[in-house]
Design a protein around this ligand. Structure first.
Ligand SMILES: [Fe+2]
Length: 244
């Protein structure tokens, strides 16, 4: 499986605080059947790690994984908070895209409030050749209060990523119901862990396999954890895979 949203890089955000935790997260991921992780530290237009920092941190973690005989591929990425000036920054290559490929951006809507510029931002990103992937809308007022906006963004070519912990109830019953409803209505393209550590919020996807399969059928889980993420990172991964 491929985990497209994971805070595994040490010391860059509120995810893994140190290398030992990142290695522990890698072991949990491998035990779960995850072979590739896109590392997605939180980024904001005026704060958070810049692309070069993320590239360097990813290379360092990949080297440490090899040193510890952990056959996990880590690719650079970022979870980028929505902002009206974001498309401009992306066009100046100041924002890390998924797998550094320049084709997809993991875009985080705010938890509170629904920005009136969101549709415009997604449109501007698409004009720049980038497909927005909306990170965990089930946790934001976006999907909670304006599901029709979610649907409209999908119709216009945006992708939706739901958190595995949302589906197994880690954030409560309301978010679980919204996530399950999105899955049932076939509005979800990707399920990812959004892991922040190896214990309370680990990189685990297999736990929600049954829930997804029950909601939408046998092939859906594989599509959301292998096929669609595989297409998203595909070309770039072949160029950068460490060759296990
Ligand atoms: Fe995240």
């Amino acid at each position: 499986m491929i985990d497209l949203h994971c805070h595994i890089l040490p010391g860059l955000d509120d995810g893994s605080p140190d290398l030992a935790t990142s290695l522990a997260m890698a072991r949990v991921a491998l035990d779960d059947g995850i072979e590739t992780i896109v590392a997605t530290p939180h980024c904001f237009v005026d704060a958070g790690p810049r692309p070069d920092q993320i590239r360097t941190a990813t290379q360092q973690l990949q080297a440490a994984l090899a040193d510890h005989n952990l056959p996990l591929t880590v690719l650079p990425g970022a979870e980028v908070r929505a902002h009206p000036q974001l498309a401009e920054m992306v066009s100046r290559s100041e924002v890390m895209t998924v797998a550094d490929g320049g084709d997809y951006l993991l875009l985080e809507p705010p938890f509170i409030g629904i920005p009136n510029y969101l549709e415009q931002l997604c449109f501007e990103l698409q004009i720049a050749g980038i497909t927005p992937i909306l990170a965990h809308p089930e946790r934001a007022e976006l999907a909670q209060h304006q599901p029709e906006l979610c649907e409209r963004l999908i119709e216009r070519g945006c992708l939706i990523q739901v958190n595995a912990p949302s589906l197994h109830g880690q954030y409560g019953r309301v978010i679980r119901r919204i996530a399950a409803d999105l899955i049932r209505r076939e509005l979800v393209h990707i399920v990812a862990s959004d892991a922040h550590n190896a214990t309370s919020h680990p990189p685990v996807l297999g736990k929600v396999r049954r829930a997804v399969v029950q909601a939408t059928g046998e092939d859906a889980f594989r599509e959301m954890t292998e096929l669609v993420p595989g297409e998203i990172i595909g070309a770039h991964q072949q160029e950068t895979a460490p060759g296990w």
